[in-house]
Design a protein around this ligand. Structure first.
Ligand SMILES: NC(=O)c1ccc[n+]([C@@H]2O[C@H](COP(=O)([O-])OP(=O)(O)OC[C@H]3O[C@@H](n4cnc5c(N)ncnc54)[C@H](OP(=O)(O)O)[C@@H]3O)[C@@H](O)[C@H]2O)c1
Length: 219
């Protein structure tokens, strides 16, 4: 499967690109917004697409063209204001979904955030109230994708860490807030792409005690 990674220079993105490149079953295209990032991936033999998510849907669709699946793991990050949160985590995500449709590609994996499906419920997780713009952006990006005709999977990780992956997770429609290494999220994304049983599904994922492959298969 040829996979376009949107947010390839990000922390999950880099794990994902590296794992896809090493896999015998997949090819990868790293979508990045800066020429020096593209040069760095190219030097590692990785195909790139130079596109800014604040640009047009047509530009993103050109990058998607020829891939079998798109993974969106971009984000404006904690250091930017609400404007960039809306432009990247919400609008950038939905533009990527529209671009995927425009390029006649069906498979789309979205990295969202734990518990956001309960955004409008009173008993939602504490972090949701502390990050109001971000929470709204994540929630409505998920809803747009769920209402689309794309073959989607929504992966909702808990608090991300840079610890080495353990290969063991908990996967469920709803989990308590826990952390998870970015490397394990990247592995779960690839296993979701390889398992059509995850199409049309959304799951929370945190560190746990089940092998990632088994956790995804039995979800
Ligand atoms: N932090 C958490 O605990 C947590 C928990 C659950 C889910 N998440 C979500 O998980 C996802 C991945 O997290 P992460 O830590 O891997 O993110 P990250 O390291 O901040 O990476 C985000 C990537 O998005 C790219 N990006 C930002 N604006 C862009 C634009 N205009 N055009 C193209 N690319 C753009 C960034 O590019 P540059 O490299 O050029 O800056 C960066 O590579 C995010 O959606 C995040 O919201 C985070």
């Amino acid at each position: 499967m040829k996979v376009l990674v949107v947010g390839a220079n990000g922390q999950i993105g880099q794990h994902l690109v590296s794992k896809l490149q090493k896999s015998e079953n997949h090819d990868v295209v790293a979508m990045v917004r800066k020429k020096e990032q593209a040069d760095s991936f190219n030097q590692q033999g990785i195909e790139t697409a130079l596109v800014d998510l604040e640009g047009s849907i047509n530009d993103i669709a050109s990058a998607v063209q020829g891939s079998d699946a798109v993974v969106f793991t971009a984000g404006s990050g904690g250091a930017t204001g609400a404007d960039k949160t809306m432009l990247i985590d919400l609008d950038g995500a939905i533009k990527s979904m529209k671009a995927t449709q425009q390029a006649n590609v069906k498979r789309f994996v979205l990295v969202s955030a734990i518990g956001i499906q309960n955004y409008h419920e009173e008993n939602h997780l504490d972090w949701i109230d502390r990050s109001s713009y971000y929470s709204a952006a994540k929630y409505y990006a998920d809803v747009w994708l769920e209402n689309s005709d794309l073959d989607y999977t929504i992966v909702r990780p808990g608090g991300l860490t840079n610890e080495q992956g353990t290969g063991e997770v908990s996967v469920s429609e709803e989990l308590d807030f826990e952390k998870i290494p970015r490397e394990d999220v990247a592995s779960a994304i690839i296993l979701s792409l390889e398992n059509d049983g995850t199409i049309g599904k959304a799951f929370d994922i945190t560190s746990g005690d089940t092998a990632i492959e088994k956790a995804i298969q039995s979800f």
